[in-house]
Design a protein around this ligand. Sequence first.
Ligand SMILES: N[C@@H](CCC(=O)N[C@@H](CS)C(=O)NCC(=O)O)C(=O)O
Length: 144
Amino acid sequence: MSTPEITLHGTELSGHCHRVELMLRMLGLPYRYAVAPAAIRSSPEFHKLNPLRQIPVLQDGDLTRAKQIAAALLPFMSHHLSTRSFLAADHVTIADLACYSYVAHAPEGGIALGEYESVLAWLRRVEALPHFKPIAPSPIPAPT
Ligand SMILES: N[C@@H](CCC(=O)N[C@@H](CS)C(=O)NCC(=O)O)C(=O)O
């Protein structure tokens, strides 16, 4: 089997990385996952990939991109999803994958999702998609 051309540099607990990995999986693109903890990110080799020393970094042949953040506001999402199944269309799109990882992790950062029923239902819809992979739970307990 040939080595995939695409390499995703990331860490297991990073939502930024998880959403990129979800997209690769759902597009059916073969990729290699290169684990890049702080020690790797401080190396001269990683500096060449991303001078900001941040993950995710997606390498596709000679092309390297550090992905951009998109923030989602829960009350907005909740209202929006009260009449829709997915964020941007009547089927899943990149918008759902871009937002999923952080929203799913929000309770670990002390942001309860209980009052956002439509957001919870949307999370379950994304999780039910073919090829879905859950993000690893944080070992840090959620603040009380
Ligand atoms: N603009 C980047 C930011 C990525 C980012 O903040 N990555 C974090 C991990 S989730 C990181 O690499 N932090 C290490 C650092 O900033 O030194 C994106 O949206 O992907």
